[in-house]
Design a protein around this ligand. Sequence first.
Ligand code: CTP
Length: 403
Amino acid sequence: MVQNIFAGKKVVVGVSGSIAAFKVAGWVSDLTKEETIVSVVMTSSAAEFVTPLTFAALSGNDVHTGMFCHGKEDSMAHISIGRDADLVLIAPATANIIAKLACGIADDLLTTMVLATRAKVLICPAMNSRMYSHPTTQKNLKSLKEVGYTIIAPACGKMACREEGEGRLAEWDGVKEQLAQNLSPQDLQGQRVMVTAGPTREPFDPARFISNRSSGKMGYAIAQAACRRGAQVLLISGPSSLACPPRVTLLKVQTALEMNDAVLAHAANSSVIIKAAAVADYRPEAVSEHKVKKEKIAKELILTRNPDILLALGKRKKKGQVLVGFAAESTNLLEEGRRKLLEKNLDLIAVNDISGDTTGFEAESNQILVISASGVETLPHTSKLHCADLLLDRVQQFLNKKP
Ligand code: CTP
């Protein structure tokens, strides 16, 4: 497997004194598994909740705690730690640290490092809900936003003080997505990207339908990766159990005809269209109101062709629009890919080998062959999310070339 967006990035995690510090130990562990280079800076109050040794063991790096640890730490640590960081994450951020940062107070290593860094700063407040909603805290958060820091809103729910309300440390999944976006190049900003995903279901009675093995994972990964890179993303999905990636607009459909209507309605408004959906080529001609008895199915089931949505998109492709198809194949990958690229008037086609267990339908990873008029490229075998990024790199090159 090749690298992901977190691998090799330098992230400084600033931990201040809240009980939620123990959750951030898990975050550091996860980032380290993603091969992020994590440096942890703790305030003295944070060290009352979780020991620096915990963060040192989880990050694999020394933890920075004080400005004046003679002989042990870099005497210019407050400058050097944040100097080449890609990102600074302050979590949990107490009302106290937020107030100090808002006023430019630099009386410990964490606050001094934040003043000295020019990296992006993300702040995850965590405190009692009355402290959080206090006008002073809200005013401080507003000033931090004004200087360009990103505030990740806390969650609502039960807190350590046995009260309920807004102020719980945000959930890691959402925070991780924000980190990913901030670490990604924003090279798709201003683009409207439409992605289709999943199978379609073609019913013939209230209990049964014709469908295929598509899980939607590849299409959802493309939507997520495009959104991280700054695009405005519309995901048109057939039935899938996957959760919609944050900030992506999801339009759910069932049948090929419904997908056809949804895609054609939004096509003119899209600068990039990526058709990863496995659309059923046929549908039952009639849908019975009642369950069809099994003896009758073989005799009565007549199939009729569904419209080829991608073919229609190719015919009405606008100047400057980038059209990307997928082809699920088990033999003659190159020939089939080339044929579909030409027949459907595509800019790019990603050909999937569906005969293995580690690529194509349902798999977590993928390997695609990308074909365009200028040639063929075999991309590495990697996670679907990274595969999506590699495909988007090729789309991006196309956008740069087009007038
Ligand atoms: N596609 C589509 N509408 C259909 C069938 C396919 O838009 N009715 C799109 C898919 O979303 C995919 C591409 O066409 O991007 C290729 O799909 P595939 O099933 O591999 O191709 P077919 O054209 O159906 O070719 P064949 O069955 O001949 O392999």
